[in-house]
Design a protein around this ligand. Structure first.
Ligand SMILES: Cc1ncc(COP(=O)(O)O)c(C=O)c1O
Length: 433
């Protein structure tokens, strides 16, 4: 159990807060995020990457968990951020996030999003296709600015993870395939443009990875193309973005230190640069889940229990697929405990389901909980900090739960829970009815 999770007097504590008391005070369902855990991960990245390698940067992948409070934390801790939409950029602006520390990704950036990004002066735009070039140039021309461009490649390497989170293989909606007649003209167009400043190459091969071989293979491919760019145009790749994807612990996965991935990659970056004849490019990474997954738990209250004789016992909670779609989407698995019976023996396998009208609205399948589980108990699911809140929906008009930030025994709202009124605020009755 991670050290921000503790059990005292039969209760689960998270970053020093009694989770049963949190459930009482803030009501469930409730996301709880730990400041201490986020800070710990960022400090690991500093020690193992940015302090160790000159010019290295961490751009937190906002898609894992985005809100103004999160950006305030990262502003303070000194990271950069990666945004993938006008909405994430808007939150970054609200937090006054320094524009030069914002990187803009996305496979189908909209003209207005591009204009917003250029106007704000983001540090990097990660080009994901030919289509974006005239849009960025148009925005730059209008606003009298230049944009720093990274080109995202599809390295054609298949990482071993769930199919839905593999992004580096050639058959992918992300990145630019490395066909000579496709890739080289794009690089040329960027280099020739009076509005675009070619900075380097970007890759992201997938998510929840525990081995470094696919990263190294992909980096080799990327550096082959850095060599071709040097040969063809005499241009240096000044920056390489390795993407994110470093695995987090959900149940008992053996989480690897960042250095396990990054040290051999940095070694390769240096040796391949020498071979090509360019100065070693600055390295950037975009971790999301490995910073916030374990920093989050979700608290639910147990409601109806259905014991279907000889089949299974369904334990229903007051949330479900609206606050955690990852189980239905990726067959994701989580660990859990009854927060108010944390020392009781988990001696019965049950299936925990949500309150949404879908049979697939399941949180835990055949998971051991105490046989005494009953209405009113508080269930805590672990490692829900990444892609939980950020993928939440209003299915069945259920409000999205709030997020409480906890830090060494103190707690405060970071995102208040949505209300019914807010769900309906854009509803209008058309006159043609
Ligand atoms: C371009 C890019 N960078 C970074 C990430 C973050 O990945 P992870 O949260 O697994 O670190 C993603 C995830 O989809 C991504 O698409």
């Amino acid at each position: 159990m991670s050290n921000i999770r503790e059990i005292k007097d039969n209760r689960l504590f998270f970053d020093g807060c009694d989770t049963v008391e949190l459930a009482k005070e803030y009501k469930t369902p409730l996301y709880v995020m730990s400041y201490t855990e986020i800070e710990k991960r960022v400090n690991e990245l500093k020690e193992q990457f940015t302090d160790k390698y000159p010019g290295a940067r961490v751009a937190y992948a906002s898609k894992a968990f985005c809100c103004v409070g999160m950006y305030e934390i990262l502003k303070k801790l000194g990271t950069c951020i990666d945004v993938v939409s006008g909405g994430e950029l808007y939150a970054a602006k609200k937090a006054g996030f320094p524009p030069e520390r914002v990187e803009f990704n996305g496979n189908n950036k909209q003209p207005e999003e591009i204009e917003d990004a250029v106007e704000y002066g983001v540090g990097r735009i990660i080009l994901d296709g030919l289509f974006e070039i005239p849009l960025i140039e148009k925005a730059c021309k209008k606003l009298g600015k230049k944009a720093n461009i990274m080109i995202r490649i599809t390295p054609g390497v298949a990482a071993s993870t769930h199919d839905f989170i593999v992004t580096g293989k050639k058959d992918s909606k992300f990145g630019i395939p490395l066909d000579e007649d496709v890739f080289i003209p794009i690089v040329k167009q960027v280099l020739d443009s009076e509005y675009l400043e070619f900075v380097g190459l970007h890759m992201h091969i997938g998510s929840q990875l525990f081995e470094n071989d696919a990263y190294l293979k992909a980096l080799d491919v990327l550096m082959d193309w850095a060599g071709k760019i040097k040969k063809e145009f005499g241009a240096d790749v000044k920056e390489v973005n390795f993407g994110g994807g470093f695995g987090a612990t959900y149940i008992d996965e053996d989480r690897k230190p960042y250095s396990f991935f990054l040290d051999p990659m940095m070694e390769k970056l240096e040796s391949r640069s020498k071979e090509i004849g360019i100065p070693t490019p600055n390295a950037v990474i975009e971790p999301g889940r490995s910073i916030v997954a374990e920093a989050g738990i979700t608290l639910y209250t147990v409601g109806q229990i259905k014991d279907i004789k000889g089949i299974r016992k369904y334990v229903s909670v007051d949330g479900g697929m609206g606050d955690n779609i990852r189980v239905a989407l990726y067959q994701a698995e989580y660990g859990a405990v009854l927060a108010n019976k944390a020392e009781e023996k988990a001696d019965e396998k049950v299936t925990v389901c949500g309150k949404y009208c879908e049979s697939g609205d399941i949180i835990l399948t055949d998971y051991p909980l105490p046989a005494s589980v009953s209405q009113g108990d508080i269930l805590a699911t672990f490692s829900t900090g990444a892609y939980g809140y950020s993928m939440a929906s209003n299915y069945n008009n259920n409000p999205v739960p709030g997020v409480v930030l906890v830090r060494e025994g103190k707690s405060e709202w970071m995102i208040k829970p949505q209300t019914y009124e807010q769900i309906l605020q854009n509803n209008v009755v058309p006159g043609i009815i």
